[in-house]
Design a protein around this ligand. Structure first.
Ligand code: CTP
Ligand code: MG
Length: 262
């Protein structure tokens, strides 16, 4: 594939239900929480628009909101032209289903795609630019990651009713060497064809993943002769994912918004 890549798109995932936030978000899906005057998903869109080399964005919303959100996204673009093409589609039940929906919504000729969680509103333009640079230097799959500060244990025995007894949540199995561990973030960048192929294989084999790179890793393990690798660029500690009620503190004063189209 010719480099530099000419047709790079972002997929902004906003089709989750925010179940781990519970009622802390006032019953509003976290992607719609308002932070500094705009919903979380729009913050990432703005940051993507500041990076050279990006052609457009696909916004993925929950199926029951997608139509209303399409109009809402049009309104945002009317008041704030990001200089990018865009399309809106409905997501699926699991995150990976929403990514598959986003991939189907890409225009033909899209060379590469950056898949991003709208729940990470603090992503920097620098991280996005580093990913695009790596793609342009020939990487086919590249993700941002940071070193882990905590020692991580592998554990076992977390069972309903706590059958391991003594009030324990679980027990330690072993301790992987921390220097070989990384915490990974989004956006995750891929040649479009490679990620589509990984999704096709995942469908065939029933692979369940929590990030896009894992799907490509499984594909690499499935077909070692293809010599597919997932590259890493340094992420930023500030690029957190809003996941639990505690994370809401990072947003400071938020106002909850429910999408309604005027
Ligand atoms: N996501 C999605 N479609 C899904 C599930 C998740 O587009 N079916 C998106 C979320 O909107 C979020 C990102 O993937 O931006 C990361 O997922 P996560 O933090 O797990 O968000 P939720 O699934 O919404 O939250 P929870 O797991 O607590 O329900
Ligand atoms: Mg989730």
């Amino acid at each position: 594939m010719d480099r530099p890549l000419k047709n790079i798109w972002g997929i902004i995932l906003a089709a989750g239900s925010g179940s781990r936030l519970g009622q802390a978000a006032g019953g509003v899906r976290k992607q719609y929480l308002e932070y500094r005057g705009a919903p979380l998903f729009w913050h990432s869109a703005r940051t993507f628009s500041r990076v050279a080399g990006l052609r457009g964005l696909v916004f993925v919303f929950p199926p029951d909101d997608a139509q209303a959100m399409e109009k809402r996204v049009d309104q945002y673009f009317r008041s704030e032209d990001l200089g990018l093409a865009r399309t809106v589609c409905a997501g699926g039940e699991r995150r990976q289903d929403s990514v598959a929906c986003g991939l189907r919504a890409l225009p033909s000729g899209c060379d590469a795609v950056l898949v991003h969680d709208s729940a990470r509103p603090f992503v920097s333009a620098r991280t996005i630019a580093l990913l695009i640079d790596a793609l342009n230097q020939g990487e086919r799959a590249v993700i941002p990651a940071i070193e882990v500060a905590d020692t991580i244990k592998r554990v076992a025995g977390r069972v309903a009713g706590n059958e391991i007894g003594c009030g324990l949540e679980s027990v330690v199995v072993d301790t992987p060497n921390r220097s070989g561990l990384r915490a990974v973030q989004t956006p995750q960048a891929f040649e479009t064809g490679l990620l589509r192929e990984a999704h096709a294989l995942a469908g065939e084999h029933g692979w369940e993943v929590t990030d896009d790179a894992s799907m490509v890793e499984q594909m690499a393990a499935h077909a070692p002769e293809a010599q597919i690798r997932v590259g890493i660029i340094p992420g930023e500690p500030g690029n957190i994912k809003i996941t639990t009620p505690d994370d809401l503190k990072r947003l400071g004063e938020t106002r909850t918004t429910i999408p309604c189209v005027g």
